[in-house]
Design a protein around this ligand. Structure first.
Ligand SMILES: Cc1cc2nc3c(=O)[nH]c(=O)nc-3n(C[C@H](O)[C@H](O)[C@H](O)COP(=O)(O)OP(=O)(O)OC[C@H]3O[C@@H](n4cnc5c(N)ncnc54)[C@H](O)[C@@H]3O)c2cc1C
Length: 385
């Protein structure tokens, strides 16, 4: 029985290694001239492989991921990487696991060493354009005008996220009768035309950031917010981008509180007290030393202390959209998990077709969650083949 693994990214590579170790005959097809390009871009080139506190609740389909992590979880991942010579460490951010070298490139290198050791064939520069199944045999047509026949196929083609993303995987899945939940950019900056965005561009603060949909705060995250000319970014905003409603008719705001540790009255009193220090100075100068000077722009000369306090505790930015896919770390949406068996990741629509990685409608939070899903799903598919 021969298996084609389409995609030499995180999920495809781990799938190929574990399958080959189990004695299965696998071939990897990779559209690019090398494998694991997206892995190289992860964690700012350091590859945040996983997270010590893996919480299924950090994914969009908690139960599905819980089942998967039960089959190949954190300990299995650490053991797997150890077996290919990669030690993992926690670096500056709590619980986030990285290769000890802090180089994403070493992750790709060791995965490829292992594939070489196992004599797994990788067909580079070969895009799979279409797949058809007839009488239990898959025919794969390629960009090289050659076609191949396989008994089993694993679609590990990733998502549209980042400039490295491709959408052929979705087309192939759709042609094989799978429902595709509309892919949208996630873990991505948000676009706002608020006039203060260009004014504050470049300012980074750590604060409570809320996503407000139709006047209801649906998520609040304490973390970094970075102002940009196009709108808002920073880790808190990237995380909140996962919860943006798909319904475009809703009004969406990001609201920030620059003084989350004080009530409006306390802040108002503080500002009034400070007016004794800043005699004869413009109103905005009362903020000197409290917040970045650029926030003085928010303050009007005639603002009372309570108006100032209200403004500083509730700065809102209307959100028009997310940035495009090329700026996104991951993709929300993909192959509907209702169309696949949750234990084996085999398609319910096409026998002997399997899915792993980001092509599936699974997205997780920042902090190693998305690569962990790629490792776990790739491993589970390998065990199911
Ligand atoms: C900038 C950035 C930073 C990130 N940082 C992190 C992080 O630190 N931690 C974390 O957990 N996650 C991170 N992610 C997310 C993580 O990289 C992805 O979730 C993960 O790589 C998905 O693995 P995959 O195997 O599904 O897809 P990919 O790694 O994208 O691999 C898919 C492969 O399939 C190939 N392919 C596609 N179509 C075809 C075709 N038709 N024929 C042949 N080959 C094809 C592609 O060329 C690609 O090599 C980051 C993502 C980005 C963009």
């Amino acid at each position: 029985m021969k298996t084609a693994i389409i995609g030499g990214g995180a999920s495809g590579l781990i799938c190929a290694i574990i399958a080959a170790r189990l004695g299965k005959d696998v071939v990897v097809f990779e559209a690019d001239e090398r494998c694991g390009k997206k892995i190289l871009a992860t964690g700012n080139g350091r590859c945040n492989i996983s997270n010590q506190k893996l919480e299924p609740s950090q994914y969009n389909h908690e139960k599905f991921v819980q089942t998967l992590l039960g089959k190949f979880g954190l300990d299995d991942t650490i053991e797997f990487f150890d077996s290919i010579g990669l030690q993992l460490v926690v670096d500056t951010k709590p619980d986030r696991l990285y290769p000890r070298s802090l180089q994403a490139h070493s992750v790709v290198k060791l995965l490829l060493f292992e594939l070489e050791k196992l004599s797994v064939e990788i067909k580079y520069d070969t895009t799979i354009k279409n797949i058809k199944q007839k009488k239990g045999v898959f025919t794969l047509s390629t960009s090289r005008l050659v076609s191949y026949k396989f008994d089993k196929v694993v679609l590990a083609t990733g998502s549209l996220a980042h400039s490295l993303g491709k959408d052929i995987g979705y087309k192939i899945a759709r042609n094989l009768s799978h429902n595709i939940i509309e892919p949208t950019p996630s873990l991505v900056g948000l676009i706002s035309q608020n006039i203060y965005c260009p004014v504050l561009a470049g300012v980074k603060i750590c604060t409570a950031v809320s996503l407000v949909v139709d006047d209801i705060a649906i998520q609040t995250i304490y973390g970094d917010l970075l102002f940009a000319r196009y709108g808002l970014s920073g880790s808190a905003v990237l995380e909140l981008s996962r919860y943006l409603p798909r319904d475009k008719s809703k009004t969406i705001y990001i609201s920030i509180d620059l003084f989350g540790d004080m009530t409006t009255d306390e802040l108002s009193r503080l500002l009034e007290d400070r007016s004794k220090i800043f005699v004869d100075k413009p109103r905005g100068q009362l903020l000197t030393g409290l917040v970045n000077d650029k926030f003085m722009e928010l303050i009007g000369e005639k603002d009372s202390y309570s108006v100032m306090a209200n403004k500083l505790k509730n700065i809102t930015f209307e959100i028009l959209d997310t940035r495009e896919f090329k700026y996104a770390e991951v993709c929300r949406g993909g192959v509907d998990i209702g169309d696949i068996d949750h234990d084996t990741l085999q398609s319910k629509k096409t026998k002997e077709l399997y899915f792993c990685g980001e092509i599936l409608d699974i997205d997780g939070n920042c902090g190693g969650y998305n690569l962990q899903f790629a490792w776990s799903s790739g491993a589970v598919v390998a065990q199911s083949l």
